[in-house]
Design a protein around this ligand. Structure first.
Ligand code: CP3
Length: 353
């Protein structure tokens, strides 16, 4: 059967096993690249970079030019959604994201979807330009944060060690927390559909903090909202596959494979590969999961780690990636070394040998 597309990422997400997997890296546009740091220094702030199409297009293309990844992820951030809902969001040098925290249920009244598309219009413009500028064989990925992960930043006012604010709402004021999650399901759906209409070919949903919950809460606050989101996308934009990254979900990755509706699952660094191949890969394409710090370490141990992932996951639908975002101290030559190793891989030859 002729594949619907010749793009490697779309073929893997359609369930094909490929001679060599497509590869891209989470946070592939970022501070490890000197050309990113140069553009970043020109922008007034991080959000300004996200909302200036000229600059956002440029930094999206930088890693494609340097390394020839098979997919390009739109340059933006998951926190543009709270910003577009009316919450104050800013980024502090050396600290990271800051938000004017939502402290009590009455604060939810200050959030509204009314201005969403107007606030996010520069992101859609970036997507339209990228579809024109990207090489024909490169797939454009759009993204958003999952409702829980975004909610955690909205309630904590930034990054957190223990997620106590989010947990207190979820355990002690579940109805109010549900209202926030429902609002984010709606807003995130609107946002992803607009990205698709502007030209993204795949969407990835980042649930970076899924791994902090006990089982029942993980189902209610991560799996259920993501299911609602993918069901809407499937109904309204059926041709666009979804990759879900429920980082830290452990054994519940299996439930995400069976129930979430995603075509692909991003595996975090800790997930055992043999288990993932057996339990997940017959149901979905898998993506991952090189330890980002192994990419900092480099050398022969990097080659062995790359080979191990290719051997374990390369016999089914698979996308090579990291288990979490690339870190700023990653040496450029280690990324080249990893790319050479993956490009030299041939699953058929390995099977025959
Ligand atoms: O290249 C790409 O992957 C596309 C762009 C992208 C960014 N953030 C750019 C960014 C994507 C997909 C994200 C997702 C994101 N943002 C997540 C989910 C993925 C994950 O890492 O778990 C989360 C939790 C955020 C929120 C966020 N944004 C944090 C916690 C931080 C600070 C941490 C840090 O690395 O500084 C950011 C800032 C951010 N987002 C940077 C970049 C390139 C660095 C900011 C800078 O240049 O000063």
């Amino acid at each position: 059967m002729k594949p619907a597309s010749d793009k490697l990422l779309l073929r893997a997400l359609a369930g094909e096993t490929l001679p060599r997997p497509p590869v891209w890296l989470m946070r592939q546009a970022g501070r490890y690249l000197p050309e990113y740091r140069a553009v970043r220094a020109e922008a007034d702030g991080f959000l300004d970079l996200c909302f200036t199409p000229d600059l956002a297009v440029e930094v999206t293309l930088q890693p494609i030019r340097r390394y020839g990844f098979d997919a390009s992820i739109l340059f933006s951030d998951i926190l543009v959604v709270p910003h577009a809902l009316g919450q104050k969001v800013w980024f502090e040098e050396g600290i990271g994201p800051r938000l004017e925290a939502i402290e009590k249920p009455a604060d939810l009244a200050g959030l509204s979807r009314d201005g969403l598309h107007e606030a996010l219009a520069p992101v859609y413009e970036t997507v339209r330009r990228l579809r024109q500028d990207l090489p024909q064989e490169v797939t454009l990925i759009g993204f958003a944060g999952a409702p829980w992960t975004v909610a955690s930043y909205m309630l904590e006012g930034g990054s957190s060690k223990d997620f106590a604010a989010g947990k207190k709402w979820a355990y002690g004021a579940a109805e109010d927390f549900q209202r926030l999650i429902d609002l984010l399901v709606e807003a995130t759906g609107d946002y992803l559909i607009a990205q698709i209409d502007a030209g993204v070919e795949v969407v990835q949903i980042f649930d970076s903090w899924a791994g902090i919950w006990p089982e029942a809460a993980l189902r209610r606050w991560c799996l259920e909202p993501v299911k609602a989101l993918t069901a809407r996308l499937k109904k309204e934009r059926p041709d666009v596959p979804v990759i879900l990254f429920p980082r830290g979900a452990g054994l519940l990755y299996r439930d995400f494979a069976l129930e979430s509706g995603a075509a692909g699952l991003g595996l975090d660094t800790t997930l055992p590969l043999g288990w993932a191949a057996r339990e997940l890969q017959s149901k979905v394409a898998v993506q991952g999961n090189l330890d980002p710090i192994m990419l900092v370490a480099g050398g022969e141990q990097l080659d062995r780690a790359v080979d191990h992932i290719l051997t374990e996951l390369g016999q089914g639908p698979f996308i090579f990636n990291l288990g979490h975002g690339i870190v700023p101290e990653t040496p450029l030559e280690n990324v080249s070394r990893m790319m050479d190793r993956i490009h030299g891989w041939d699953a058929a030859a390995r099977r025959a040998g």
